[in-house]
Design a protein around this ligand. Structure first.
Ligand code: FES
Ligand code: FES
Length: 163
């Protein structure tokens, strides 16, 4: 019979983490319960709502669809790390200015997803923004303000890149 608990070493928001985890524990539960990184939320728990979105080795993933043990040796970035680095400071400000959040439950996932799109460069169309975030559910805003915020940041970054 295989072992239930495993010792893992990974990097979370730039810091090495060593923990013993249950083989069945999801990445998002590990982040929230073991590391107290509660910015990643748990909604549907089956990959549909996007509330648990994080980055693993630079790739955006659903934290509820990945097990913590699968992150052995990998680099995990949560909304806490992405926000503290200043990488999404403009997006955070635009979400506030444009009223793109109400309860805020979806916001960490929205921000990480938006940053993934904008990091490709250029100014995506509103349809592209909607398409990119179609896996992130928001029950409050009706999405319009979220698209407005992301579009405004894309335009601002493009102007800065040209300057
Ligand atoms: S909680 Fe992971 S996608 Fe909904
Ligand atoms: S702001 Fe409440 S779910 Fe999006």
């Amino acid at each position: 019979m295989s072992e239930r608990f495993h010792d893992i070493v990974l990097t979370v928001n730039g810091e090495e983490v060593r923990e013993r985890v249950d083989a069945r524990k999801t990445l998002v539960d590990f982040l929230r319960e073991d590391l107290s990184l509660t910015g990643s939320h748990v909604g549907c728990e089956h990959g549909v709502c996007g509330a648990c979105t994080v980055r693993v080795d630079g790739v955006v993933v659903r934290g509820c669809l990945m097990l913590a043990v699968q992150c052995e040796g990998l680099r995990v970035e949560t909304i806490e790390g992405v926000a503290e680095s200043g990488e999404i400071a403009d997006l955070e400000q635009a979400f506030i200015t444009r009223n793109a959040l109400q309860c805020g439950f979806c916001t960490p996932g929205m921000l990480i997803g938006a940053q993934e799109l904008l990091a490709r460069g250029g100014v995506p169309s509103r349809d592209m923004i909607r398409e990119h975030l179609s896996g992130n559910y928001c029950r409050c805003t009706g999405y319009q303000a979220i698209v407005d915020a992301i579009e405004s940041v894309a335009q601002m970054r493009a102007r800065k890149a040209e300057a």
